[in-house]
Design a protein around this ligand. Structure first.
Ligand code: RIB
Length: 317
């Protein structure tokens, strides 16, 4: 099967990670952590995850002219990603994220966006032909909103599916929501967008319906280990996740989005694609770091096959 062409637009960061017993409180110092660095950034994580899952990925991003930027781009090339639309910012540094990862796998992240904050609509327009030639355009919210809007308009104008992962959480203009074919918030992001606290299937359904009423085509609301709630005009269904031992949940959502976009672009049904994405995300939380945690296609398919064979790794029937 030919690999589907996927265009990812968004951020690239270097993650400075401290693994620590628990996340420190404000004003508190905790000793005993272990430090490591890894390539990250929601956009870059999604691009790498999509490439490993089987996509023919082009990535539009902006990095600084510094060591971090060069290392990030080298990683994209190694993952087989087309870097033709990567801009090197003459003034701003590459994005950096400071991440605490607690023993239970939960995290806390602060980002200095640097060059990501200067990714402009003009850079998106430069990739117009790549947008028109893609099966899907995938974005997140670590770059300016006007850039997200420009990409959505170009994608919709070219009849290309625009998938938006609204992370990190922020309020979005109605004119953007109307252009989104598939929106993939987690519980926090869904609450920020709708005002509905998502705690279970019923509240997920209410939040998803509100977003659909505002113009979003399909909502896939990710609920961590609980799986993902899918809402379309004709379907409302929770697709269960996998029970795994979490080491680091950083980028689980990014891996989900990258894998989902590939599976949909290959023509899998929505529910099949969500199962594929759930499997990819489950594997990612068993590994430390953002991009290092993204599984390859064989690994995803192995977990799917095991769960279909009734493996005990499947969380719930
Ligand atoms: O979603 C995880 C990512 O968020 C990290 O890689 C970090 O860089 C921040 O962008």
């Amino acid at each position: 099967m030919a690999r589907p062409k996927i265009l990812v637009i968004g951020s690239s960061n270097t993650d400075m990670i401290i693994q620590i017993e628990r996340i420190p409180q404000p004003g508190e110092t905790i000793l005993g952590g272990e430090f490591t660095t890894a390539s990250g950034g929601k956009g870059a994580n999604q691009a790498v995850a999509a490439a490993r899952a089987g996509g023919d990925v082009t990535f539009v991003t902006r990095v600084g002219r510094d060591m971090f930027g060069e290392k990030a781009v080298a990683g994209f090339v190694e993952a087989g990603i087309n870097v033709q639309y990567v801009t090197r910012d003459p003034a701003a540094p590459s994005g950096v994220a400071l991440i605490f990862v607690a023993r239970d796998g939960e995290n806390s992240i602060a980002v200095a966006g640097g060059a990501n904050s200067r990714l402009s609509p003009a850079e998106v327009r430069r990739a117009k032909r790549a947008i028109a030639g893609a099966s899907a355009v995938l974005m997140q919210l670590e770059t300016p909103l006007e850039t997200v809007q420009a990409a959505a308009e170009l994608a919709v104008g070219a009849k290309v599916r625009f998938i938006l992962n609204p992370a990190p959480a922020r309020v979005l203009p109605e004119k953007l929501l109307k252009l989104v074919a598939i929106l993939t918030p987690n519980e926090t992001e869904a609450e920020q967008l709708t005002g509905i606290a998502v705690t279970d299937e019923a509240t997920a359904s209410r939040a998803a319906e509100q977003l659909r009423a505002r113009g979003v085509g399909t909502v896939i609301l990710t609920m961590g280990a609980g799986g993902a709630f899918v809402a379309t005009a004709s379907t409302r269904k929770l697709v269960r996740g996998y029970r795994v031992k979490a080491v680091d949940t950083t980028a689980a959502g990014d891996v989900f989005n990258g894998a989902l976009t590939v599976a949909l672009s290959e023509g899998r049904s929505l529910l099949e694609a969500v199962r594929f994405a759930n499997a990819a995300a489950a594997i990612s939380v068993t590994r430390l770091g953002a991009q290092p945690s993204a599984p390859d296609r064989k690994q995803i398919e192995l977990l799917l096959a095991k769960s279909q064979a009734g493996s005990p790794r499947r969380s719930r029937p």
